[in-house]
Design a protein around this ligand. Structure first.
Ligand code: NDP
Ligand code: 2IT
Length: 450
């Protein structure tokens, strides 16, 4: 059996029942085979065995009191996967489906994504199986305070710098930061995505969605095409999706659909962004509330989805942007997209395509960008926030946005050149995995057996 297959089997027996983590590892290891064959050092130095094992995993209890006075108990996680290229960096996810395997897959992906940014960043992820939906502000605050009461022992501006992810936005980061400050007496750049008046960077909130559209533009430009006039579907209706829709409208594309955990909105003449923001960001409601305001929009509830697919991917489009969650786009969805004439898929979410769907899209010859390249704009601007905090400065919105654009173009160049170098022109999945790995692995070898 091959080196990569052996490593995956060993991992499956020592860390059982972590399906999403195995899926992420399997995809990276498959891409690496030509690189591993070309350089014996990776095997001699046991880089693959080392890179799939997090440096440190912290699992903790989060107890808090709800509005009815009942004690609640959740599981908290921080997986510090790699500090090879810089302080550990990656978001926190609060979602009922969070478990150790989900956090490990996200931390593993983050290591390679952060390497692709070209910035000094290690990789990790954290979160809790806490469902913020339906919780009051007071409950969210008490949960965040309890979470940080443990987490603050393990983080720091040069150690590990968390940020947001699903269920964690500026509100949650505010409560987390307040509690960190109370416990440590320090106003540190220990979290990114902070509010603009308390250490945040212009452009961080928008960065992942905007960066994803910048990447799509670059990927299409390389094929002599552009986003202008393209009909787009964007899954999700959170931070990444909303800012992707906003930037798509700015560059002259036509986003016609969004989705959330309750269903899909299809509006043929284009999504009403102000209404979307009102429903999701201000009122914090499900998308049905959007359809109540716009009689020309069609809402399809999640319960009506066809057996093997997700409704949003049945809507004909030129470009699809999966921006909700992992494994939200299956092989049958991928086939439907292609049958309906879709010619580009650009991932704002982390691992939104199942293994079979990702392989199908990569083989199909359409423009396909994996999340670890296309959604790296968020963490890249997080690093710009860390730089600003270290210098006690705040850059202008234009400065941040032009750095973001440069970084997304540079990631596209590196990923597509690497794909060419290894004989897979246009396969950005292989390009991203090999380019990210090569950078981390080279630094691991330089730093010795640690
Ligand atoms: P948000 O919490 O802001 O939004 C998530 C959206 O996805 C919501 O609309 C939510 O629905 C929907 N969603 C979540 N889980 C499911 C599910 N199981 N089925 C259907 N819909 C679901 O998170 P973000 O926008 O920040 O994150 C979206 C994706 O982007 C994630 O994969 C995240 O890891 C990735 N990402 C985020 C970055 C960031 O900077 N925030 C950076 C890079 C990647 P509802 O509104 O009903 O809850
Ligand atoms: O998946 C991701 O890249 C994020 N959630 C953002 C991480 C960060 O540290 O900004």
């Amino acid at each position: 059996m091959s080196y990569t297959e052996d490593t995956l089997l060993a991992l499956q027996s020592t860390s059982p029942a972590q399906e999403e983590f195995f899926q992420a590892v399997d995809e990276v290891l498959r891409s690496l085979r030509p690189l591993l064959d070309s350089d014996p050092r990776f095997r001699e130095q046991r880089i693959i065995e080392r890179i799939v094992e997090p440096e440190r995993q912290i699992f903790f209890r989060v107890t808090w009191v709800d509005d009815e006075g009942k004690i609640q108990v959740n599981k908290g996680y921080r997986v510090q996967f790699s500090s090879t290229l810089g302080p550990v960096k990656g978001g926190l996810r609060f979602h009922k489906g969070v478990n150790a395997g989900i956090i490990k897959f996200l931390g593993f992906e983050q290591v390679f994504k952060n390497a692709l940014t070209g910035l000094s960043l290690g990789g990790g992820k954290g979160g809790a199986n806490f469902d913020p939906r339906g919780r009051s502000d007071g409950e969210i605050m008490r949960f965040c305070q309890s979470f940080m009461t443990e987490l603050h022992k393990h983080v720091g501006p040069r150690i590990d710098v968390p940020a947001g992810d699903i269920g964690v936005g500026t509100r949650e980061l505010g409560y987390l930061f307040g509690q960190y400050k109370r416990l440590t007496h320090r106003f540190d750049g220990v979290l990114t995505g902070k509010g603009l008046s308390w250490g945040g960077s212009f452009g961080r909130t928008e960065a992942t969605g905007y960066g994803c559209v910048y990447f799509a533009e670059e990927m299409l430009r390389a094929r002599g095409e552009s986003l202008e006039g393209r009909v787009c579907t964007v899954s999700g209706a959170g931070n990444v999706a909303i800012h992707a829709v906003e930037k798509l409208q700015e560059v002259g594309a036509k986003p016609v659909a969004v989705s959330d955990s309750t269903g899909t909105i299809h509006q043929e003449d284009g999504i009403d962004l102000d209404l979307l923001r009102q429903v999701k960001e201000v009122d914090r409601q499900g998308l049905e509330a959007y359809a109540r305001e716009r009689s020309d929009a069609r809402f399809v509830p999640i319960s009506d989805y066809p057996e093997n697919g997700h409704h949003i991917w049945t809507i004909p489009c030129d470009s699809a942007f999966p921006c909700a969650t992992q494994n939200e786009l299956t092989l049958s969805d991928a086939r439907t997209l292609l049958d309906n004439g879709c010619t580009s898929v650009c991932e704002g979410a982390n691992m939104p395509a199942t293994s079979e769907a990702a392989a199908h899209l990569a083989r199909s010859g359409i423009a396909y960008a994996p999340g670890k390249a296309a959604n790296a704009g968020g963490v890249a601007v997080s690093q710009l926030e860390m730089s600003q905090n270290a210098a006690m400065q705040q850059w202008s919105a234009d400065q941040v946005d032009s750095r973001l654009q440069e970084i997304m173009v540079a990631i596209h160049t590196m990923v597509s050149e690497t794909a060419d170098e290894f004989g897979h022109p246009d396969n950005l999945v292989h390009g991203a995995n090999i380019a990210g790995f090569r950078k981390v692995a080279g630094a691991m070898i330089a730093q010795g057996v640690v």
